[in-house]
Design a protein around this ligand. Structure first.
Ligand SMILES: Cc1cc2nc3c(=O)[nH]c(=O)nc-3n(C[C@H](O)[C@H](O)[C@H](O)COP(=O)(O)OP(=O)(O)OC[C@H]3O[C@@H](n4cnc5c(N)ncnc54)[C@H](O)[C@@H]3O)c2cc1C
Length: 447
């Protein structure tokens, strides 16, 4: 599909590229041989918010046709999958064997290749780490068109994990899944009055829960500022399920109710609608311990509504996600205060505590607080975000490349002190710079 317009989930900054559908490793090799001077980048389901899976004037490989699940081994938990398989499809295939993907992001509509490229994390990061920790091996087609099987003993493996597609194209991976008795969660929800209490409460008992996250209201002011829901869960055992669910405990119970039409004007999400949403969301879940919830209810409430990003209208939105060390939790408050002062609202505010990071030089998670806020694109957003960047970077924090759409090369250099180490491995695998993207040029990730 020559000259196709592509954009990320945030719907900003579209660019045009020659989109090449991929169904085999040989297709990748052929596309690399035919690539022009603007280079090549792989694209999964385009769920990154910004521009890492775009390549203006160059080639973009559409990996979603490379989507075979080759094998599932119920005993070892090992699955062999093509890179274009979505996590949704993989869960549907693995759950009947009692296998669970240990790392699931806020949506299942991402591919295995995209999950490796961004080294994604989920609500279980404090227990299981990020996606790369569960990859036993991966097959990477490098710039010379050759395929290599890489394992965690290879530096190129760790440069590819979190490497945003810039080391080569992942075509296949062996993942190790976890065993579960049921597809349900036993959830403790606590309704908490304000942000300080929420963060204090979230700092204890983490080790008792496999999954933890909190959502809070940053629109309401005064005593209600930061009131929120702390949601923590473990996988439910068979005995814990109510009788009506026990007949099919491994059912993939993940309803999607509707898809949002692309008709919304800019400015629909404003302080008023944000306040309304925050009120409803806060009230919907009073404190309740031990509730049995399905995948959508606990993990993916946003997946109930398809293409919900259309609600932000044609101008789109950005998600600002950062991590700061645990001892700098004050930055969470500082960022929200600055947003308030600038008159920007975010109704979807998600807070987590990361556990240990892994060996990948560009992997985002590190021990600390990570906050996501969604902000509609509007006037004054750029200067505000520059101010927020300073707060984050001065505290020793960094931004998540999968959500990033507007920061500077300098901010990324400060946040990722191992960038040069990553570049060395990448440059050895791709000495002429075949792999490139709008993001890599914008943030000067590659030399
Ligand atoms: C609603 C929503 C919630 C989200 N929640 C989370 C979350 O909780 N945690 C989290 O970590 N992320 C989250 N994300 C971000 C998402 O997990 C990542 O952006 C992920 O990379 C998207 O996968 P994708 O297949 O759509 O990849 P794309 O967005 O298409 O690509 C992402 C990157 O991976 C590279 N890539 C894709 N396929 C390959 C391949 N085969 N070989 C090499 N490189 C490849 C691309 O070049 C690009 O750099 C969320 C996104 C959305 C929309």
């Amino acid at each position: 599909m020559p000259n196709t317009s592509l954009r990320g989930w945030g719907r900003t900054a579209p660019t045009r590229a020659n989109v090449v559908p991929v169904r085999s490793a040989a297709d990748v090799t052929a596309a690399l041989a035919a690539a022009g001077p603007r280079g090549v980048i792989a694209r999964g389901l385009g769920r990154s918010y910004g521009d890492p899976a775009q390549n203006a004037g160059g080639t973009v490989l559409d990996m979603t046709g490379l989507d075979r699940i080759h094998s599932v081994d119920a005993d070892s938990g090992r699955v062999v999958v093509d890179a274009g398989v979505s996590l949704d499809a993989l869960m549907r295939a693995a759950l009947p064997f009692g296998l669970w993907l240990p790392v699931l992001p806020g949506t299942r509509q991402v591919t295995v290749g995209g999950a490796i490229g961004a080294d994604i994390h989920g609500k279980a990061h404090h227990v299981v780490g990020s996606f790369g920790n569960h990859v036993e091996s991966l097959d990477l087609v490098t710039a010379d068109g050759r395929a290599h099987t890489l394992t965690p003993s290879d530096d190129l493996f760790w440069a590819t994990v979190g490497g945003m597609g810039l080391t080569g194209v992942v075509v296949r991976a062996v993942l190790v899944l976890h065993h579960v008795e049921t597809a349900y969660f036993k959830v403790d929800t606590e309704q908490i009055d304000n942000l300080d209490e929420l963060m204090a409460r979230q700092s204890v008992d983490d080790e008792k829960y496999a999954e933890t996250v909190s959502w809070f209201d940053a629109v309401s002011t005064g005593a209600q500022f930061g009131r929120g829901l702390l949601m923590r869960a473990n996988h439910a055992t068979l005995d814990e399920l109510p009788p009506k669910l026990r007949a099919r405990p491994l059912r993939f119970d993940a309803p999607q109710l509707l898809t949002v039409p692309d008709v919304f004007p800019p400015g629909l999400l404003n302080r008023l609608t944000g306040k309304l949403f925050s009120e409803v969301w806060y009230r919907k879940s009073p404190t309740k311990l031990g509730a049995i919830q399905n995948i959508t209810q606990f993990l993916h409430p946003l997946d109930i509504v398809g293409e919900w990003n259309r609600g932000y209208g044609p101008r789109g939105f950005l998600q600002y996600q950062f991590v700061v060390p645990l001892e700098r939790g004050d930055v969470v408050r500082g960022v929200l205060d600055r947003m308030h002062a600038a008159g920007q609202v975010s109704a979807l505010n998600v807070l987590k505590r990361f556990g240990e990071g892994n060996r990948a030089p560009l992997s985002f998670p590190r021990p600390g607080w990570t906050l996501c806020v969604d902000i509609p694109v509007n006037d004054g957003l750029g200067p505000l975000c520059d101010e927020l960047d300073e707060l984050v970077l001065d505290a020793g924090g960094r931004h998540y490349l999968a959500k990033e759409s507007r920061t500077t090369p300098e901010a990324i250099r400060r946040g990722y002190p191992r960038l040069d180490e990553w570049r060395k491995v990448r440059d050895a695998a791709d000495p002429t710079g075949v792999f490139t993207s709008d993001m890599s040029r914008r943030l000067e990730l590659t030399s």
